[in-house]
Design a protein around this ligand. Structure first.
Ligand SMILES: [Fe+2]
Length: 417
């Protein structure tokens, strides 16, 4: 059955990844510049996702300017939290659930497109102050939280999606997660081949995901259904990882601070853009005492052999190959493990936390149990609203980051498609 799509805009045709080799240009930093009229009919909240861009290279700092050791609330160890889930878990109170439920019912009754949901159209007069403190903890603190008790089983997918996105608008601006404009993503095994890493996004498979950061400031995962086995979550403080690497393998940190890493767009490319982005893995915020920001996904740097084999970009060097392995092993060693139960929502800040998941196995198709299903949100926290000061031209844009292909409108499918 086709997934229901809630959008005022036409549903875009399915975008087929295009492994087309283009001639590289001197800079990959080309904002989407396609004229966008009539804008609000295409982007119901009036804001377009900025998309992935190359950094402003002249703002990148050399290794010598990075801290030797990071301190503060963004640095945490698994043992700080492992046996104390109360420190990073919030179970919604009955009053909070009622407030979310009422706001979702009112939103649904108004018939507004889910792609236009905002704080104004999803008022939470009581919960908003608490969510503001959660946002601060995510952006500037330990960078993760696990909410429990979101009654997805009682609300069903549609109302759950409304309440989840409504809640999300208090943490950041939702951005598109792929070339099809999905602002409500669905992490589900669609049977795609995870070995085709230049074409397939791993969230659409049951394969293990190595430690990585998503292409947005914050990522949310709402558990709708669990797998038969596996699919468990690991997170790690990238600032703790940075400190450990600085002590044990400063050569690896140096390699990760150099803008020699090419990240694949996996065909999700706007007109005029290169098919990849050259950047560093660790970079510093702009200004004095900038924090260390991490952009990382090994699948995206290992999938570019179609370009390196053709001599268009350099292949990964031996130092890069080793850095990639040392980073993964260090994350694994230091990670905090957690299991998402139905009705749990995990929010993670990609700036200072890396996340991974184990391989999983779904219930057999003949079973009455559904397949593993997580609803995903990518949220932007722009620089002008307390977000990290990133060395990118779109740092102040409300919907910075995300994945935007040309003027593809946002859509909110209620299931994977
Ligand atoms: Fe992810």
């Amino acid at each position: 059955m086709a997934a229901q799509v809630l959008s005022a805009a036409p549903i875009p045709s399915i975008h087929t990844p295009r492994p087309i080799i283009r001639t590289p240009t001197p800079s990959s930093s080309k904002p989407n510049s396609t004229p966008s009229t009539p804008f609000t009919s295409r982007f119901p909240d009036g804001i377009k996702t900025s998309g992935q861009h190359a950094p402003l290279y002249d703002l990148l700092r050399p290794y010598e300017q990075f801290p030797k050791h990071i301190t503060g609330p963004t640095v945490w160890k698994a043992e700080d939290y492992k046996d104390q889930p109360g420190r990073w878990t919030h179970r919604f109170t009955p009053e909070q659930i009622e407030e979310l439920s009422d706001a979702a019912d009112a939103f649904l009754a108004n018939g507004l497109p889910l792609t236009g949901i905002s704080k104004e159209t999803f008022p939470l007069p009581h919960l908003s102050a608490f969510l503001e403190s959660v946002r601060s903890e995510l952006v500037d603190g330990r960078g993760f939280i696990l909410f429990k008790g979101f009654p997805t089983w009682a609300w069903g997918n549609h109302k759950s999606a409304v309440a989840y996105m409504g809640l999300g608008t208090y943490l950041g601006y939702f951005v598109s997660q792929n070339g099809r404009g999905h602002v409500l993503g669905h992490v589900k095994d669609l049977g795609e081949d995870p070995t085709q890493i230049d074409k397939v996004r791993i969230y659409r498979t049951n394969a293990r995901q190595f430690f990585h950061a998503d292409d947005a400031d914050l990522v949310g995962l709402l558990c709708i259904a669990r797998a038969l086995e596996g699919g468990e979550s690991d997170i790690v403080s990238s600032h703790h990882v940075f400190n450990v690497l600085q002590a044990e393998r400063p050569d690896v940190v140096r390699t990760l601070t150099e803008p020699i890493w090419y990240f694949d767009r996996k065909g999700e490319t706007s007109r005029g853009q290169d098919d990849y982005i050259r950047t560093s893995v660790f970079y510093l915020e702009k200004g004095e005492n900038g924090r260390v920001y991490t952009k990382w996904d090994p699948y995206y740097v290992r999938s570019l052999t179609r370009f390196s084999d053709a001599g268009i970009i350099p292949p990964l060097s031996a130092a890069q190959q080793e850095a990639l392995q040392v980073l993964e092993q260090t994350c694994l060693r230091l990670a905090l493990h957690m299991i998402l139960e139905v009705g749990d929502i995990q929010f993670v800040s990609n700036s200072q936390v890396l996340h991974a998941r184990t391989e999983y196995k779904d219930h057999p198709p003949t079973s009455s149990f559904p397949r593993r299903h997580l609803m995903r949100l990518w949220l932007a926290t722009p620089e002008g609203e307390g977000g990290w000061k990133l060395p990118f031209h779109d740092s102040f844009e409300k919907k910075r980051g995300g994945i935007q292909v040309d003027d593809t409108p946002p859509v909110c499918p209620l299931d994977a498609e």
